[in-house]
Design a binder for this molecule. Sequence first.
Ligand code: ZN
Length: 148
Amino acid sequence: MIVYDLACGQEHKFEGWFSSQDDFDKQISNGQLSCPVCGSTTISKQLSAPYLNTLPDKKTASKIKQKEMALAGVDLQQLHDQFIEYIAKNTEDVGTEFPDEARKIFYGESDSRSIRGEATVEVMQELKDEGIDVYALPPGPTPPDKLN
Ligand SMILES: [Zn+2]
């Protein structure tokens, strides 16, 4: 048996019990269905309550959340790899000369270009304090050309 929420043209709502979808279709096309309130045979099937309940239950919700987190992880890794690749291709490795070179570039004593290298957190902060744009690379794989 299946239960349908039905309504007539005047929006009287009632339930109809049928042995199958076909049974319902047959009864409605034969005009066998009528509104118990007004007797109208213009009957339409309403979306049943369970069908309308599209909010995921707790179990599903947590699954969705896990999926999102896994996806985010993948994207971040890709972004990270692309970032490292970009850095490797578009910057000059000046190694430990980084703080000096960064200052020279900033003060116009050296050609303006993007560089990368090594600096301690303290030195990075000093450079920032001087108004120099420096960024700490996120921890991760070393750019290929830095591998010995
Ligand atoms: Zn009615």
